[in-house]
Design a protein around this ligand. Structure first.
Ligand code: UD1
Length: 424
């Protein structure tokens, strides 16, 4: 197992390019199962979750080919197995996304029920209720979701809670349903919009993407298409925070600034000077210590829960006290105990963390617990005195492409090494 070793204290300075969005490429790859021919998806990031999705689709009989330019061809014509087994679902909860397309296109699906995970219980009841509303038979047997339908029928679905993959799953199912479906209280995340654009490019009729109401007019079949995935707004935000926490100057390129309004606003509150171009964002702290900023997470266009750990890290060394309120996932403060090992002053009460900025952090061995938490830990390591070793780096590899190379390019003293054998 690998770990990442960082010697902190260098203000980052330079330019970094942004990869395609993990949370868009996964549903888009899965959506390609809905059509009758090959699709070509470009701007695909090199991520463990992409590899897992390729394995999942490949095991079902889809043929996949990747060229050097990070373009994947997915041809579903050989599909003969309609199952997402536990060994894959447990490593990547987003495997649940195959449920809607399999039932809509192939009439059946068996998907292992994702269990709890480090950031909370994360149920999938809304996915199942949505599919049932479209006329599918759904049951849970021996830890598997079993769903079937001869022909899905359009329906009106109102989600109790905004759910990103729930919206995506039901949208993918509804595109091949007979008649019109309306999804209310739909997720408005840019990745949901990207998936809707991909589906429309395949011949689907979806309107309202990006608002809280989606209208989907069912069509009989879909054709293969070519599509380039949008840039990753969470990766973008993470490198901007890397610039801010180290009092440095970072320019992110090949990104889409309009997806980051709430993050940019918060970074400006820390004292960062930010300039924005069509596909780049430039952050300059001018050597100053960041000011503490309060954060409350919320579905898009609110402040993303996937940026919470990074701002928690930023606040540990900021001037003043910050209150972080996590409203999306109930247990998303796993990084706090690890930050405390570096000397952070954080008190957690329920879904709130109160952070008093300290003058300095000190390096220590720490452990990644989930994807975004681990990004927060790496950011803290960039400012901690001495050496910080972040173990269980596989969490980071699920969602950040070559993070040590990209941070290294900005001047960070960072390297990937084999984990020491003993556990702490
Ligand atoms: C997606 C993202 C993840 C991000 C999250 C919130 C992907 C692959 N992952 O996860 O990075 O952190 O959105 O922005 O896109 N809920 C239910 N019942 C359900 C479904 C969800 O109660 O059936 C609840 C969840 O427990 C959570 C809230 O709804 O409290 C939002 O979760 P959801 O948007 O579904 O998260 P994911 O789609 O799993």
């Amino acid at each position: 197992m690998d770990c990442i070793q960082i010697t902190g204290g260098v203000p980052l300075d330079g330019e970094v390019w942004i990869s395609g969005a993990k949370n868009a490429v996964l549903p888009i790859m899965v959506a390609s199962l809905l059509c009758d021919g090959p699709s070509y998806i470009s701007n695909v990031p090199h991520l463990q979750d992409v590899t897992t999705t390729m394995e999942l689709l490949g095991r079902m009989g889809a043929s996949l080919a990747m060229d050097d330019g990070m373009r994947i061809e997915i041809d579903p014509r050989g599909m003969h197995q309609f199952e997402a087994p536990y060994d894959l679902v447990k490593t990547m909860r987003a495997s649940i996304l195959v449920l809607g397309p399999l039932v809509a296109r192939y009439g059946r699906a068996v998907v292992s029920l994702p269990g709890g995970c480090a950031i909370g219980s994360r149920p999938v009841d809304l996915h199942l209720r949505g599919l049932q509303a479209l006329g599918a038979e759904v049951s849970v047997v021996n830890g598997n979701i079993e769903a079937s339908a001869k022909q899905l029928k359009g329906a009106n679905i109102i989600f109790d809670t905004v759910t990103v993959t729930g919206t995506e799953n039901i949208m993918m199912a509804a595109v091949l349903a007979q008649g019109t479906s309306v999804i209310e209280n739909a997720a408005q995340e840019p990745e949901v919009v990207d998936l809707a654009k991909f589906l429309n490019a395949m011949g689907a009729k979806i309107s309202g993407a990006g608002s809280n109401t989606l209208t989907i007019e069912g069509v009989e079949n879909l054709h293969g298409t070519e599509y380039s995935v949008l840039p990753d707004r969470i990766e973008t935000g993470t490198y901007l925070v890397a610039g801010a926490i180290t009092r440095g100057h970072v320019r992110v390129t090949r990104t889409r600034p309009r997806d980051l309004d709430s993050v940019i606003e918060k970074l400006r509150e820390t004292g960062a000077v930010i300039e924005v171009g069509e596909d780049w964002i430039d952050l300059d702290m001018k050597g100053r210590r960041p000011l503490a900023v309060d954060i409350t997470t919320a579905p898009y266009p609110g402040f993303a829960t996937d940026m919470q750990a990074q701002f928690t890290a930023l606040n540990t060394v900021a001037e003043g006290t910050a209150i972080i309120t996590e409203t999306v996932f109930e247990n998303r403060f796993m990084h706090v105990q690890e930050l405390q090992r570096l000397g952070a002053n954080i008190r957690v009460k329920g879904n709130t963390a109160i952070i008093r900025g300290v003058d300095e952090l000190n390096g220590a061995p720490i452990m990644a617990t989930d994807l975004r938490a681990s990004a927060g830990l790496v950011l803290a390591g960039l400012v901690a005195n001495g050496t910080t070793t972040v173990d269980r780096v596989y969490h980071i590899d699920r969602g950040y492409e070559i993070i040590e190379e990209k941070l290294g390019q900005l001047g960070a003293r960072i390297r990937r090494v084999a984990s020491p054998r003993k556990t702490r």
